[in-house]
Design a binder for this molecule. Structure first.
Ligand SMILES: Nc1ncnc2c1ncn2[C@@H]1O[C@H](COP(=O)(O)OP(=O)(O)OP(=O)(O)O)[C@@H](O)[C@H]1O
Ligand SMILES: [Mg+2]
Length: 247
């Protein structure tokens, strides 16, 4: 059996004084796995990621990160503390610093690394993974092509060597070729043992790069199986994968 690295138990969360948006969320992520959350608009998919990342605090339940130094209860911690434990969140609006160069963007992502040589080594390491960026080090991030920006986003994400990466809608607003590239990066990063929890509107594409699929509706998890089983489930195909009912 694979080793569980992130565990949600009965998590409930919502915004401000509003109603509970997600309820009874039980979810496990294993080491090196890619798990894809799918479901209709407004189902609460992004809210699950935000509750894990601490952008909203769970109202009930527990989020446990099984770090190398033991279990850490993330529920109640602030985002910056959570990110230091070994989690990384790539939100829907991917937020590069457009008016900073590639090098500066990478340095910003590694700002918690105090040792200058260490930071330099980490930047060199990620540039091995994304060699295209090496030729663009002094270019402003905002002037790079969509595909190059995508690489910089992933390079930033892995600079602190996270053990879990949460990604909201990696395909959003990207040309098809760049979507393919993004999923290749996701698979490469996971093959190094990093666990990835992603939310994806393009359910077929998301599931085809994932080991597990989780279907959400109305703030709850309604179905969870191996990704290929989700892809082949007739009911799920009809409801969420755009396949018409046979007459
Ligand atoms: N900041 C917020 N304040 C209040 N309500 C919010 C906020 N963000 C989301 N919601 C509400 O929470 C519900 C779930 O939203 P969420 O963004 O998690 O859905 P989603 O499954 O990610 O949908 P989509 O596929 O459209 O991205 C929606 O009804 C939404 O209106
Ligand atoms: Mg969303």
């Amino acid at each position: 059996m694979s080793e569980c690295i992130l565990k949600l138990e009965n998590v409930v969360a919502g915004y401000g004084y509003g109603p509970d948006i997600i309820q009874n969320i039980d979810l496990e992520l294993n080491k090196g796995d890619i798990k894809c959350i799918i479901g209709p608009n407004g189902a609460g998919k992004s809210t699950v990621l935000k509750a894990i990342a601490g952008l909203i605090k769970p109202r009930n339940g527990v989020v446990t990160f099984k770090s190398e130094n033991g279990d850490i209860n993330l529920s109640g911690m602030d985002t910056y503390e959570i990110m230091r434990t070994g989690l990384c969140f790539i939100p829907q609006d991917r937020s590069l610093f457009n008016t900073l160069t590639v090098t500066e963007n990478l340095a910003m992502a590694g700002y918690t690394i105090n040792d200058k040589d260490d930071l330099k080594n980490r930047i060199e390491e990620v540039l091995e993974t994304f060699p295209r960026l090496k030729e663009k080090l002094s270019q402003y991030a905002g002037t790079m092509s969509g595909g190059e920006q995508q690489q910089l986003i992933f390079a930033r994400a892995i600079i602190l060597k996270p053990r879990v990466i949460l990604i909201d809608e990696p395909s959003l607003g990207l040309a098809p070729a760049i979507v393919e590239q993004a999923f290749k990066h996701i698979e490469t990063i996971a093959s190094d043992g990093v666990s990835i929890l992603l939310v994806e509107q393009n359910a077929r594409r998301g599931l085809s790069s994932s080991n597990y699929g989780t279907v959400m509706d109305l703030g709850e998890i309604v179905f969870e199986k191996a990704a290929d089983q989700v892809l082949n489930d007739e009911r799920i195909q009809e409801l969420y994968l755009g396949k018409r009912k046979k007459k």
